[in-house]
Design a protein around this ligand. Structure first.
Ligand SMILES: *[C@@H]1O[C@H](CO)[C@@H](O)[C@H](O)[C@H]1NC(C)=O
Ligand SMILES: *[C@@H]1O[C@H](CO)[C@@H](O)[C@H](O)[C@H]1NC(C)=O
Ligand SMILES: CC(=O)N[C@H]1CO[C@H](CO)[C@@H](O)[C@@H]1O
Length: 632
């Protein structure tokens, strides 16, 4: 038994050591999920805020071309715990499509919710993408679509506002403009304007819409210059909006990466109330920033604000300085001139530049959680800036547009997933290896494992173990069948039970090392084993004779004898079931035989008639689509 266990461990370990893709998780219970692993460095655990990470790894920023190849699920929304252990894989739900701005929302009602942007499909005509809101049971509550003329749900922002009735999203629109701003009144060029919408999450209706066209002059852009030529569609991306937030006064705070400016937009008339940064800044300030991301209110009472931004300093084409940073800025818009002061600056801990994307989140205890984007690098900092934790994907193939930390309670409506297989070379050394996981559950403390002697038999507890990681393995003695696992919380409450699983057996017992001289093994009866176990434990060995002097030896003898009895009971039971079924079948045939005979002729004719050609997957997609759409 021990020997075989050792062999299996060696085998499992060997398999892990040889894998070329160790930077991805792999699970027996969810073989299609390959979530990226994290490398985590804890610098000061005591000052970290407990919570979970909300990460959406992507490989390439644009949707990938559809493929016929089999692909496991890698990109999509994932929840990790503070050790980098996987809690929820949402990638099967989003089907390997890119997901952005994945986070938990505690501002909707008493329960937490999830939100993210599902990127438009490779073919935008078929799916423009959407804002998704999920409950803590991981079921979709709202699917916020694009109702207007926009080509896609923009990837930068899906900001659920307090109460959860509305959300903010960025918009990009291709428009033709004259070049008056550049003193070239006779010329026209296409530009991509930037704006935002406030959407009703229930109906996707647009409640407020704003666009930079005629509001932000071309001369504010650091990308489209007075000396540049004109462009056809889609045109110069002259502002590049990348975040939007709203305060209690009903005004909107937006970030334009290509004007290096943060704008406050009046929720009453859509006018620009003030500009922070860029060439037209309204503030008296002794710092600069550029190419900023994720500009959010930390607090705001209408005239005094604290905002957080991911600064800077670089993008695809240029660096403005050597290190990126998170900035917390206090703004006084009552003063004249208005003032802006940096109250906290946290430099990127590894001293590098965040060239693309990134975000800053102020946590409830005053800590900051900062997503530096590339390779999913993120760090947590104390209010004084001390670094407490950092982590990045083991794989450099993935990045995360934004990374967040929130408290979370996941109570999936789907049951736990379980896989069980039996191994052994003789009746005496059989063992059943069970794997269980429950995608998204946060409350499981203990897994209890049960087996039955037949499909409707009694659940017999065959063991239990603490849950320590996403997937838990348990090795039960004997050949156990009809397995379930029950999730139990730390107070001993049962949370959910997996569906009944019939243990996988080797394709061929003989070729997998089972004693050639014996008949193939059949499952043990856990009820009988349990009864015997109890007897033996109370010192009652019945009339089983054993030459062994030790209690262990006698116990083994009882066990072996019992198993033999159990096996014959099982086989006898199998016979009874078979006989039962035959009797039932004969009865049934007698009863309905007459009717059946009559119906048969009709069914047969119907079957023949209803046969028709079904287009195979190999048929050209266009033709299939034509058929689906009812077109010619
Ligand atoms: C906003 O906060 C500032 C600073 O605390 C305070 O001086 C000001 O009176 C407040 N304004 C409003 C409208 O509450
Ligand atoms: C299981 O968890 C409980 C509670 O945390 C602990 O007391 C116990 O020692 C753990 N058991 C094992 C086998 O680790
Ligand atoms: C605070 C900060 O990092 N500011 C830098 C951002 O980029 C500009 C150039 O656009 C630099 O001049 C600033 O020093």
């Amino acid at each position: 038994m021990l020997f075989l266990g050792g062999l299996i461990c060696l085998f499992l370990h060997g398999a892990a050591a040889e894998r070329q893709d160790e930077d991805l998780f792999s699970f027996v219970t969810l073989p299609e999920v390959r979530a990226p692993r994290f490398e985590v460095t804890h610098i000061d655990r005591d000052r970290q805020l407990p919570g979970y990470w909300f990460i959406a790894p992507y490989g390439q920023i644009n949707p990938e071309e559809p493929t016929q190849k089999y692909m496991q699920y890698q990109v999509g929304p994932y929840i990790y715990d503070n050790e980098g252990e996987l809690i929820w894989a949402g990638s099967p739900m989003t089907d390997n499509r890119n997901v952005f701005d994945f986070k938990a929302n505690w501002n909707v009602d008493e329960n937490p919710h999830l939100s993210f942007i599902l990127q438009h499909d490779y073919n935008t005509d078929s799916d423009k993408g959407s804002g998704m809101i999920l409950g803590s049971d991981y079921n979709i509550e709202h699917h916020v679509g694009v109702l207007n003329d926009l080509s896609a749900f923009n990837m930068h922002e899906f900001n659920i506002l307090d109460g959860g009735k509305t959300g903010l999203a960025c918009t990009y629109r291709s428009q033709l403009t004259d070049l008056d701003d550049f003193d070239r009144p006779d010329e026209e060029s296409w530009v991509v304007t930037g704006g935002f919408v406030e959407l009703d999450v229930e109906s996707s209706a647009i409640l407020f819409e704003w666009d930079s066209f005629d509001k932000i002059s071309l001369s504010e852009s650091v990308v489209f210059h007075a000396w540049d030529g004109t462009r056809g569609e889609p045109g110069w991306d002259y502002v590049h909006i990348n975040s939007v937030d709203k305060n209690g006064n009903g005004d909107y705070l937006i970030s334009m990466r290509f004007t290096n400016t943060i704008y406050m937009i009046s929720g009453t008339d859509g006018e620009i109330m003030w500009r922070l940064g860029g060439i037209k800044s309204d503030f008296d300030m002794d710092f600069t920033f550029s190419k900023q991301h994720d500009v959010k209110f930390v607090e705001s009472n209408g005239t005094h604000h604290v905002i957080s931004i991911m600064n800077n300093a670089s993008d695809e084409s240029e660096n403005d300085e050597d290190i990126s940073s998170a900035l917390f800025i206090e703004l006084d818009t009552d003063a004249s001139p208005m003032t802006a002061t940096v109250i906290r600056r946290i430099d990127r801990p590894d001293g590098e530049l965040t060239r693309l994307r990134g975000n800053v989140q102020q946590l409830p205890n005053g800590n900051s959680f900062i997503g530096w984007s590339k390779q999913g690098y993120h760090s947590e900092h104390a209010p004084n800036g001390d670094i407490l934790l950092s982590a990045r994907f083991s794989s450099d193939r993935f990045s995360s547009y934004r990374s967040y930390k929130f408290d979370w309670i996941g109570r999936p409506s789907a049951p736990p997933d379980l896989v069980a297989s039996v191994y052994g070379t003789s009746e005496e050394d059989m063992m059943t290896v069970i794997y269980v996981s429950w995608n998204g559950a946060t409350d499981v403390a203990v897994w209890e494992f049960y087996a039955r002697s037949f499909d409707h038999g009694k659940d017999v507890l065959i063991g239990s173990t603490n849950k320590t990681s996403f997937e838990t393995m348990y090795i039960a003695e004997g050949f156990m069948d009809w397995i379930t696992a029950k999730a139990v919380d730390e107070d001993g409450n049962a949370l959910s039970t997996s569906t009944l699983y019939r243990t996988d057996i080797p394709e061929s017992w003989k070729s997998s090392g089972f004693d050639q001289s014996l008949p193939d093994p059949s499952p043990d009866d856990p009820e009988i084993l349990q009864a015997i176990q109890e007897k033996v434990e109370s010192g009652d060995y019945g009339d089983v004779k054993s030459s062994s002097a030790t209690a262990e030896g006698r116990k083994a003898a009882v066990y072996a004898a019992t198993k033999e009895v159990a096996q014959s009971v099982y086989k006898a039971y199998g016979m009874i079931r078979l006989l039962e079924n035959i009797v039932m079948f004969v009865l049934a045939v007698c009863c309905v035989g007459g009717i059946l005979a009559g119906v048969w002729h009709f069914v047969r004719r119907r079957k023949l008639r209803s046969y028709q050609h079904v287009p195979s997957d190999e048929a050209p997609a266009e033709e299939v689509n034509k058929t689906l759409n009812g077109n010619e």
